[in-house]
Design a protein around this ligand. Sequence first.
Ligand code: MTE
Length: 415
Amino acid sequence: MCSAAPPPSRRLPRSPVPTRRDVLKLLAASSVLATATTPALASPAPAPGVLGAPGLPGVHKPLPPELFTLRGTNAETSFAALRSTGALTPVSHFFVRNHTSTPLLDERDWRLTVWGDGLRGQRPFTLTYGQLRSLPAVTRTCVVECAGNGRSFFGSQQGQPATGTAWTLGGIGAARWRGARLSDVLRLAGISGDAVDVMPRGLDAPYVADGVDHGRVRRPLPAAKALDDVILAYEMNGAPLPYDHGFPVRVVVPAWVGIASIKWVGDIEVSTRPLQSLWNTQSYRLFGAAYPPGGSAPITRQTIKSAWELPLGAELAGGRAHRLTGRSWSAAAPVRHVDVSTDGGAHWHRARLTDRPRHGTWTRWSTTWRPKAEGPGHLLARATDTAGNVQPPTTVPNTQGYLFDAVVRHPVRVV
Ligand code: MTE
């Protein structure tokens, strides 16, 4: 779900991908470069005002209540706070989803090890931060969105509560990511034609739930996706990745549920057999009456949504015009149009699009509303994408509340 130019193809990348020989040369040069440029690759600056600022023990950056709602180890972005931001989400506003807590890593110690029986010769391959940065860089503008974004509406809107973090719609952020292609690194490591799965793993602490240690956060990707448009990102919005978003290097998997975009990546297993972890077996599959007893296949692509840049329950003065704003996005294709209703769904009209819709990221929109009658009401926004996907009135429920795509009934009160 990224805007990429040009999109790499698995067999014939359009921009030159170094051969193994090029790489040896490159790496020889980059070990010098890495030393020479270390000061320029400095760790992210400490977040301003960390001392004493509101936050979570496991999250480094400040999490002021006007920007975030804290949910366990996670911080949800307030959609109302996005109104003053542009198409990219500033780091100060970007949601954080941590299974444990943010590790403060040093790029000088960081290594990426690629290993497994899916490598020719099965010899592990290791890169330093400087070496990764000396590979050809690509930039992609795309959202990272939690699979459970919108989960709370299964309960509040459909009467079918789901387990897990009760996100409203702020488990998403859009950024400009810059990094190396995962495909380049896998080819350098000698990925074989027999490889079927590629599993990046984070360097954060092992995840323990109900007394069971599930190990470090990791989730397999099919080799075909790993060789397609995935990047190993070291920059976010033009600066080194912040600690909370994966410093020094994270995976960014366009269009897929956020769990695929492993932060603080330390190693990548390449396997000739399908791989498993908690995150593609018990979690991130669809369970429930509409699904097979063992659950659906592991979920991959995100879905389609819209959100108003207003607090839930916002109060608006009657008798005067309000310019209301929001955002819509779809993992499948660019947004085609957004229909909005200010009377609970009785009448609909087209919102004005602020951005030219692009694949991979959201489209901002606005509408004008002059409320007349005082009292409670609902605002609705419904996106349609260029592939013909339209937000439905309800989402088929699943017990863990993933992939909510229904039109949200946003409560407001006219005063
Ligand atoms: N990677 C590691 N190592 N540990 C994590 O807890 N959380 C995942 C993913 N990558 C996670 C991770 C989930 S569920 C999401 S939605 C995204 O990171 C959130 O990315 P963000 O915190 O940068 O917004």
